[in-house]
Design a protein around this ligand. Structure first.
Ligand code: NAI
Ligand code: MG
Length: 369
């Protein structure tokens, strides 16, 4: 099998290298056992890059990121670099990647693993079988809109300003991602804004409706006010398939949805951008969690969030959904066997290290393939 898919792996800091190490084993397994093959390159990001190059992302690394099929990142940051000025911090490396790759759609699944149903704060019947996808617009909206800042008024009062701004093209491109994804899933999109009180929400609703009529009328479209969506997510989460929303509401709704199913150590994500001249859609896959300095180097980290991020790469970048299914099934089975890292430990289960979790997963993959 020729190494036809290119993957840039950026372990980063803290537990990043530990969890990425287990992803590399899964990549190798895919290489050997499945009809997919990767050309993997590894490089530095975050504090690791600061230590070597003095900056959190070298230009050469940025170039590589722009020229591969997908980037997989562990995590960046840690106390060692906390004193650095904001522009030189490890986190800037990740921000540069997102910005230069123009990753405008952030995909956050909320997937319930049967063995962890009991860990949810909701009753089992509400989360069992849950599989929803939240798409958050990532490069526009109130976090970036102008004018912004803090000003002092003539009467001496101070005023803080942020502005919600969306153009039609910004709305349409993220909505298109949602509709395309829904086609690969259960065919339903819920678009969330506050069109009742915000003009940007009115435009959002109009543009999503228009695009739906033009190109995606086979997908079911529903509009919902974002505050109602927040309620519905905890009331009846299984009514949703794909949710698409702006940067601010998406920040909140994606965290809310993620917690329906439990631990930070289980949560993958993808950030995707435009299709370039060569037909590639820019994509960065990473766990939702950070570098966890409190447990770094101790072999305690749960590698499943990062492994599930690789599964998302298989599904959304490489169009190997069946291999993504295989990984998700293997995760279900490992958990069903009672194998747990500390973050998802439960009474009677077996506590294992990062590496042993990775190995157990490979055993399940072997048994499934
Ligand atoms: P964190 O996600 O690193 O850790 C929060 C808590 O969850 C910690 O107790 C940690 O031990 C635990 N945890 C996280 N991932 C885990 C895993 N895979 N397995 C088991 N336990 C896990 O968030 P925190 O503590 O706020 O930030 C730590 C550092 O990470 C900071 O420097 C922060 O800036 C950075 N960070 C980086 C992110 C990224 O690279 N995308 C995202 C969030 C934070
Ligand atoms: Mg957040």
């Amino acid at each position: 099998m020729p190494a036809n898919k290119s993957l840039l792996v950026l372990p980063g800091d803290g537990i990043g290298p530990e969890v990425i190490g287990e992803v590399r084993r899964v990549v190798d397994w895919m290489d050997k056992r499945r009809a997919v093959s990767f050309n993997v390159e590894e490089d530095l990001v975050g504090g690791a890059a600061i230590d070597k190059h003095g900056i959190p992302l070298a230009d050469a690394t940025m170039d590589k990121a722009l020229n591969v099929d997908a980037v997989i990142l562990g995590a960046v940051g840690g106390p060692k670099w906390d004193e650095l000025p904001f522009e030189r911090k490890p986190e800037r490396g990740l921000l540069r990647l997102r910005k230069e790759m123009q990753l405008y759609a952030n995909l956050r699944p909320a997937l319930c693993f049967e063995a962890l149903v009991e860990a949810s704060s909701l009753k089992p019947e509400f989360v069992s079988g849950l599989d929803i996808m939240i798409i958050r617009e990532l490069t526009g909206g109130v976090y970036f809109g102008e004018p912004r800042g803090i000003e002092t008024l003539e009467n001496g009062e101070r005023r803080g300003i942020n502005t919600q701004v969306y153009t039609t093209s910004e709305i349409r491109r993220v909505a298109a991602v949602a509709f395309e994804l829904a086609r690969k899933r259960r065919g339903k999109v819920t678009s969330c804004e506050k069109a009742n009180v915000m003009e940007s929400g009115v435009l959002w609703r109009q543009e999503v409706t228009k695009l739906h009529g033009e190109s995606f009328s086979d997908v079911e479209l529903e509009h919902m006010y974002a505050d109602n969506a927040a309620m519905q997510l905890v009331r009846q989460p299984k009514q949703f398939d794909v949710i698409v929303t702006d940067n601010l509401f998406g920040d909140i709704l994606s965290d809310e949805a993620a917690m329906l199913t439990g631990s930070l150590g289980m949560l993958p994500s993808a950030s995707i951008g435009d299709v370039d001249d060569t037909g590639r859609r820019k994509a960065l896959y990473e766990p939702v969690h950070g570098s966890a300095p409190d447990i770094a180097g101790e072999g305690k980290a749960n590698p499943l969030a990062t492994i599930l991020s690789f599964a998302m790469a298989l599904r959304y970048t490489f169009d190997h959904g069946e291999d993504a299914d295989l990984i998700e099934k293997a995760v279900q089975q490992v958990l069903a066997r009672g194998i747990r890292t500390a973050d998802i430990m439960s009474p009677g289960a077996t506590l294992v290290s990062t590496e042993d979790m990775g190995k157990a997963l490979l055993e399940e993959l072997d048994s499934l393939a």
